[in-house]
Design a protein around this ligand. Structure first.
Ligand code: FES
Length: 257
């Protein structure tokens, strides 16, 4: 295939995606990942029995390549053991689809990562509920936090309608911040929850609620600095997993006290 063309298989999986939908039940684990660059979202649902993926579904707000790769990955993973499914790479998916244009390879990350996240979630559900130890993002002071207080940085959010249609980042401060992030989605669909942890630290009910909401979760992400002119305009985020820093434009950062 030429680098800019889609294979017949990609078009087929895009036009007739397999295993679209959601799953419910006790032995269902959910994986949800977002791409902060293109803003697309992917959710995977897996039902595991005897260590095998008995059923799998996906839901995405993604491009055609994201749909095709997610559809293919569900076919590859169905019936596999957890460990076998973990070994599926984005290259495997691209190969099964007879290739993807190089510019679209990053889209296949979304599906592969969402499946991995669902498996991680499944494994965590197997462990007894323990409160992760570790500091939460925002426990130490963020550069610019005081400077932009009430000018884009908020320590409380009494009237959340003020955030209507705004890009809001909620820093992980435990249950109340998770509840706030979910509540904010009634006023804006651009809510990001930034946590320095690898998993949401909350009871399983709240954990499920935020994962099923429209909140985009940035795991292992710490806000280092808030920048702007008169008001806060962007944040510098440290991706603890990749050990990289990047900028994210936003209208408001909520750091509950
Ligand atoms: Fe975002 Fe394809 S452009 S997933």
């Amino acid at each position: 295939m030429k680098s800019t063309q889609y294979s017949k298989k990609v078009l087929d999986h895009f036009q007739n995606p397999r295993n679209v939908g959601t799953l419910e039940g006790k032995n269902v684990a959910i994986g949800k990942v977002g791409n902060p660059v293109c803003g697309d979202l992917m959710e995977f649902y897996i039902k595991v029995k005897d260590d095998k993926i008995e059923d799998i579904k996906f839901k995405t707000f993604g491009c055609g390549s994201a749909i095709a790769t997610a559809s293919m990955i569900t076919e590859l993973a169905k019936g596999k053991t957890i460990e076998q499914a973990l070994k599926i790479t984005r290259q495997d998916v691209a190969d099964e689809l007879d290739g993807l244009p190089p510019i679209k390879m990053h889209c296949s990350n979304l599906a592969a990562d969402a499946l991995k996240d669902a498996i991680k979630n499944y494994k965590e559900k197997q462990k007894p509920e323990i409160q992760p130890v570790g500091h939460k993002a925002g426990q130490r002071e963020i550069i610019g936090e005081k400077e932009f207080l009430n000018r884009g940085v908020y320590h409380q959010a009494d009237d959340i309608s003020q955030f209507k249609d705004k890009r809001v980042i909620v820093v992980d401060k435990g249950d109340s911040s998770i509840e706030l992030a979910i509540e904010l989605t009634q006023h804006t669909l651009r809510v990001i929850f930034a946590t320095s942890l690898k998993e949401i630290s909350a009871n399983s009910d709240l954990k499920t609620k935020i994962k099923q909401s429209n909140v985009k979760i940035l795991y292992e992400s710490e806000i280092l600095e808030i920048k702007g002119l008169k008001t806060a305009e962007k944040v510098i985020i440290h991706d603890l997993n990749e050990d990289e820093e990047y900028e994210l434009f936003m209208d408001a950062v909520v750091i509950l006290l």
